[in-house]
Write a protein that binds this ligand. Structure first.
Ligand code: MRU
Length: 371
């Protein structure tokens, strides 16, 4: 693959990596995304010029990972408003509400989606009666750019705090992909590994392949390799054995939504990894920006879990691997109870239990949603 060759040469220098998503042009512009369903074999960028294309890209995981979904949706709002920017206030704000509602139906679990959409809708409505629809459209594009830039800054801060928890020579494990591809840049869980690596700490990273859609194998392994980290891919079922062999000193994963009590939803299989880590006395950390904390959701039991197409399990990647007509259950996420989490690595530092108090004290002012 062309990009990989070029990037391999940049390892250990200032590493150049492709942008997960970016906006091209002004208020009439469009969103460009890496189509992550094509990685790691093909590097293909897709252009989103309609709100339906953004919805489909989120639904089909062409763009995925909680923060990246939120940023994409914010730009999706801008695209959805392009047809009404020259119209009167009535149709403009009706369209804003319609587009927000439509994008909110793309995926249910990652709260960053709703956080970004709420923010765009709130900012838009605050300008009602004070600015023309054309001016509101401009200001909403500026808001989407701000959401993207803030995410980038939060991820780099998470990396700095996370790296302090890691020491030279450690083995670390992650599940799914919480890297640059899942955010505006740099990632959350992977940011900790990247920052440690940049600080000269040699880590041995184990990446769970992450059934059924293989975000670990396709995306995490790709990103870590691109940045020159020592990465070993394992099947999800191998994590217990790898821990028993003493190869893992810390686990860091991302999150899609963290409830007020610290229960954390992340990719299916994360809960099992947390139990394995507890059994082997390995600290299990969750790295996430404040936009992933949902103080309106009291516990993990209230987090909606996305159910996905059974064919992701029976016909993964173009080959039938189960009998015709077999019953399938395919929840995309699970919830790790707060008591299994050693700490949350956030842009405001590492937050430790008791989470009901510490999360509210340190993060609540930074989040839009509140109980
Ligand atoms: O279904 P996905 O690929 O969107 O799931 C992604 C995850 O579970 C990530 O770990 C999570 O969104 C955190 S990304 C920084």
């Amino acid at each position: 693959m062309k990009q990989e060759k070029e990037l391999a040469m940049a390892v250990h220098a200032e590493v150049t990596v492709p942008r997960t998503l970016y906006w091209v042009g002004g208020v009439d512009g469009h969103l460009v995304l890496i189509d992550q369903t094509r990685l790691p074999v093909d590097f293909v960028e897709m252009e989103c010029r309609t709100v339906e294309t953004v919805w489909e890209a989120i639904k089909m995981l062409r763009v995925r990972g909680a923060p990246a979904i939120g940023v994409s949706a914010a730009y999706g709002v801008c695209i959805g408003l392009q047809t009404v920017a020259g119209q009167a206030e009535g149709p403009f704000f009706a369209r804003l509400d319609e587009v927000v509602k439509y994008l909110a139906e793309s995926r249910p679990t990652a709260v960053n989606l709703f956080w970004a959409l709420d923010r765009m809708q709130r900012v838009g409505h605050q300008l009602k009666g004070r600015k023309s629809p054309a001016e509101v459209a401009e200001l909403l594009l500026a808001e989407a750019h701000a959401i993207e830039q803030e995410d980038r800054e939060m991820c780099h801060a998470i990396g700095r705090f996370g790296a302090e928890l890691l020491t030279d020579g450690q083995g670390v494990l992650t599940h799914c992909n919480a890297g640059g591809l899942a955010t505006a840049d740099y990632g959350t869980a992977l940011a900790c590994f990247f920052a440690a690596h940049e600080a000269g700490k040699k880590l041995k990273v184990f990446a769970d392949e992450t059934r059924p859609l293989l975000q670990g194998a396709r995306l995490t392994a790709w990103e870590l390799k691109q940045r020159g980290l020592d990465v070993t891919l394992i099947c999800d079922s191998m994590a217990a054995q790898v821990m028993r062999e003493g190869r893992i000193q810390a686990v860091i994963v991302g999150a899609d939504r963290i409830a007020a009590n610290g229960d954390a939803a992340n990719k299916i299989g994360t809960y099992g990894v947390a139990i394995l880590a507890a059994f082997h006395n390995i600290p299990f950390y969750v790295a996430a920006p404040s936009s992933t904390f949902d103080f309106g959701t009291k516990t993990g039991a209230d987090i909606p879990i996305e159910q996905r197409d059974p064919r992701e399990i029976t016909h993964g990647f173009g080959r039938q691997t189960a009998p015709d007509g077999i019953g399938v259950y395919n929840p995309a996420f699970d919830v790790t109870p707060a008591k299994l989490i050693a700490g949350f690595i956030t842009e405001r530092g590492v937050i430790r239990a008791p989470y009901v108090e510490t999360l509210a004290r340190q993060l609540r002012s930074a989040t839009a949603k509140s109980a």
